[in-house]
Design a protein around this ligand. Structure first.
Ligand code: 7TS
Length: 408
């Protein structure tokens, strides 16, 4: 039985669940539901002070600027960065990783330099590096995982070489939920002068995170997976790196001076934020951070750990069900991937949908991992602060119905 004391009771904070009380939403790894406070913060901006930022010398614009920059400060505090100059607003994890590849990658790497990724990674942390590799001739290497989806970190010493310039990998696997232990990896990378990029899309929303303790050079995440709006994300990078990196997009706001034959760049972080930024989205992300910070990320993790433990136990009781991933709540975030013998994952998802249960089925944007596991797809449930053990009981009942229909 799950540690009941750890469980939160927060459905009432989420208008979508209040309006749809019979819905069981188990797809938070795709995107998280939005708490009322986020929706209200966005509405407040559009209703009462929807001016542009950094340019108007009038009250409304100053208010918008203060709210936008205030959101940056909330992000800084939330991930424990040393300075708000290290927090760049982007449109999401994908954009953040691409920014590093296009700016740092193109300016700092040369032909035959090496980048180490992992087989667990999302396409967003593979394809930008493939594009870079094609562009400049650098090489990609992959850390493998074992049959339980744990990274084989002992391979690192073989993979690292004097040509290694970057290790980029996910903190938590979106497909299997594995929590990757990164401290030793970061130390080893730094010992040979390589940088470390952490794709924290699936960790920032689910556990306490401190970039100074992680000692990473870059870290990327998306606002929408943390209950914020879509269209906003964050790139954290160490200030000394951002100072050396050229801008990727040119335009308004990112310049200090523009002449017909040359331009100079604005201070950090604005050097990397060309054009009108996603103002409402940043303000909404700030409200999401307030919401999660008030709960406390240790409590969020404890809640999701309890749900994962409960779900792993219940799922293991179903005949013909195979779990991919560690199948140990201590080693995984609130993501569980599985298959049911004799039923395609897409059929599981469609039939559960008829029971008003939303889960994801497919390759989860992790085709190399699916190839490695020799499966085309899995069914995946993923939890958020609003889920309950009743949701998992409904899932189990739904899966029993699926088995009945397929006579397995
Ligand atoms: N990295 C990881 C680890 C992810 O899980 C995702 C999205 C991304 C990067 C990309 O984030 P985006 O906000 O830029 O799109 N993961 C998922 C998922 O698991 N299901 O839908 C999206």
């Amino acid at each position: 039985m799950a540690a009941a004391t750890a469980l939160l009771n927060l459905k009432k904070d989420f208008p979508l669940l209040v309006n749809e009380p019979t819905l069981v939403y188990l797809d938070s790894a795709s995107t998280a539901l939005k708490p009322r406070a986020v929706i209200e913060a966005v509405e407040e901006y559009y209703t009462n002070y929807s001016a542009n930022v950094h340019r108007g010398l009038y009250d409304l614009s100053e208010r918008a600027t203060a709210a936008y920059e205030g959101a940056r400060e909330k992000v800084r505090t939330f991930i424990h960065a040393g300075s708000s100059r290290e927090i760049i607003f982007t449109s999401g994890t994908t954009a953040s990783i691409n920014l590093v590849a296009l700016s740092w990658g193109r300016s700092m790497l040369k032909r035959d330099d090496e980048i180490i990724l992992s087989i667990l990674d999302h396409h967003s942390n593979i394809v930008p590096w493939q594009l870079l590799a094609k562009d400049i001739g650098c090489k990609l290497k992959f850390i493998d995982c074992d049959s339980k989806g744990r990274l084989k970190l002992d391979q690192l010493s073989k993979l690292l070489s004097r040509r290694t310039k970057l290790i980029a990998l996910s903190h938590v696997s979106n497909a299997l939920g594995t929590i990757n232990q990164l401290t030793t990896l970061t130390q080893k990378a730094h010992a040979i002068g390589a940088k470390v990029l952490i794709d924290a899309a699936q960790s920032v929303p689910h556990m306490p995170l401190n970039v100074e303790h992680l000692n990473c050079d870059f870290l990327a995440f998306s606002g929408h997976k943390l209950g914020g709006p879509t269209g906003i994300g964050v790139l954290y990078a160490k200030e000394e790196l951002l100072k050396q990196m050229p801008p990727v997009f040119g335009g308004g706001d990112m310049i200090r001076e523009v002449h017909t034959d040359h331009s100079s760049w604005n201070d950090l972080p604005w050097k990397f934020e060309a054009g009108t930024p996603p103002i409402a989205q940043a303000i909404g992300l700030g409200a999401a951070i307030d919401y999660y910070a008030k709960i406390g990320m240790s409590k969020v993790r404890a809640h999701e750990h309890a749900l994962t433990e409960y779900a792993l136990k219940k799922l293991a009781e179903l005949p013909g069900l195979t779990i991919y991933g560690p199948a140990d709540a201590a080693e995984q975030s609130g993501v569980i991937s599985f298959t049911l013998e004799g039923v395609h994952p897409h059929d599981i998802s469609s039939l559960l949908n008829e029971e008003k249960i939303a889960i994801r089925a497919g390759h989860h944007c992790c085709m190399p991992l699916m190839d490695r596991l020799k499966i085309p797809a899995t069914a995946r449930v993923s939890f958020g602060v609003y889920n309950s053990t009743e949701d998992i009981d409904r899932l189990i009942e739904g899966l029993k119905k699926v088995q009945k229909i397929f006579k397995v």
